[in-house]
Write a protein that binds this ligand. Structure first.
Ligand code: NAD
Ligand code: ZN
Length: 356
């Protein structure tokens, strides 16, 4: 095995370094993975810019990256579900498996979650990385490594649509057409939504949403009131949306979601913005509009993989840029500035398979 374990390590604000790290030693239930593709997520960029997200604070160097796929290079003694050479998508959060929440199946809420590239835990933008074998999902041959990496954001979309209860004939409002809004759009379509309106402040993002099959797009202007826009949403769709999913995190967006949603409908908040915001709570309660949070995903990876493997969802359009791990700096620059219409920037640890 090669000694080279080039790794992208975030040392502090605006201080990302490529350095050699020891190849990890695996436990009995773990696999060693030769990493292949790692997507850049908004949260990776946020840690680079701010050194923290809420209460998760970078206090020591941390390997970045969590949207990833790799190839099994070595098996722990007890691993039965995988073999060497398997190509896998990595679900990046491993819970304790013992607490009440884990036992109830709500493992994403486990207080002892070990999540890639969430301080203090290392991520996987590295050549060799170890992971719990049961949080690795074997990819069928026709699913590419890039698609494997994209299962991470796609799983957020699956979880959001499940929390919203999207189903046959749903009218869905999605707020924000970034990667998360776009995957939510793709999942809502596959779950049977009949009408989907997606909003953004940037026309280029809406153009992609339209290309992916959004029924309506709505370009928002910063000076419009939420009540005003809710009226436009109502007039644009055949009726008020019964599910509204915020995928941008702005206060104005959560307000718009509540005002727009039909009485008895559901608002799901995926976007993470300011810790406290002003919401029309009485409007929501008087019309029994449920407000639900989404935190990552929980038992959603297998469904995300099934959507991609069956061809029901095509995530490939989301990837706009490719970089080698040696050009991690350029990759982050492209992602944070949205250069060249960047949506999802993919970093390749192995030479890219251009058949992807
Ligand atoms: P992004 O920043 O790439 O995309 C956000 C999009 O929303 C952009 O296109 C932006 O132009 C648009 N936007 C900004 N303000 C808007 C507004 N008022 N109305 C409509 N659109 C607006 O981010 P992303 O990677 O797509 O992630 C979206 C959000 O989801 C972020 O807040 C992120 O932190 C959050 N997120 C949450 C979870 C979770 O588990 N809850 C997981 C992943 C991402
Ligand atoms: Zn637990």
């Amino acid at each position: 095995m090669a000694k080279d374990n080039l790794t992208a390590v975030l040392h502090g604000i605006e201080d990302m370094r490529l350095e050699q790290r020891p190849i990890p030693v695996i436990g009995d239930d773990e696999v060693l993975l030769a990493m292949d593709s790692v997507g850049i997520c908004g949260s990776d960029v946020h840690y680079l810019k701010e050194g923290r997200i809420g209460d998760f604070i970078l206090t020591k160097p941390m390997v970045i990256g969590h949207e990833a796929a790799g190839v099994v290079a070595k098996l722990g003694k007890k691993v039965k579900n995988l073999k060497v050479g398997d190509r896998v998508a990595i679900e990046p959060g491993v819970p304790c498996r013992y607490c009440d929440l884990c036992k109830q199946g709500k493992y994403s809420l486990c207080a002892d979650m070990v999540f890639c590239a969430t301080p203090p835990y290392d991520g996987n933008l590295t050549r060799y990385y170890k992971h719990a074998a049961d949080f690795c999902f074997k990819l069928p041959d026709h699913v590419s490594m890039e698609e494997g990496a994209l299962l991470e954001p796609l799983s957020v979309g699956v979880h959001a649509c499940r929390r919203a209860g999207v189903g046959l004939g749903s009218r869905v409002l999605i707020l924000g057409a970034g990667p998360i809004g776009l995957v939510t759009l793709l999942v809502a379509q596959s779950m049977g939504a009949s009408e989907i309106l997606i909003t953004d402040l940037v026309q280029q993002r809406l153009d992609v949403a339209k290309e992916l099959g959004a029924t309506h797009t709505l370009l928002l202007k910063r000076d419009q009131s939420a009540e005003e826009v809710a009226e436009i949403v109502r007039r644009t769709m055949t009726a008020q949306p019964d599910k509204s999913i915020d995928c941008c995190g702005a206060e104005s967006s959560a307000r718009l979601a509540i005002f727009s949603t039909v009485s008895g409908g559901v608002v799901v908040i995926v976007g993470m913005g300011a810790p406290e915001v002003k919401l029309p709570l009485i409007n929501a309660l008087a019309r029994e509009v449920d407000i639900r949070g989404v935190f990552r995903y929980c038992n959603d990876y297998a469904s995300a993989l099934a959507l991609v493997a069956s061809g029901k969802v095509n995530v490939k359009r989301l990837v706009t840029h490719h970089f080698d791990i040696k050009d991690t700096d350029k990759a982050f620059e492209t992602s944070r500035k949205g250069l060249g219409g960047a949506i999802k920037v993919m970093i390749h640890v192995q030479p890219r398979n251009t058949n992807n």
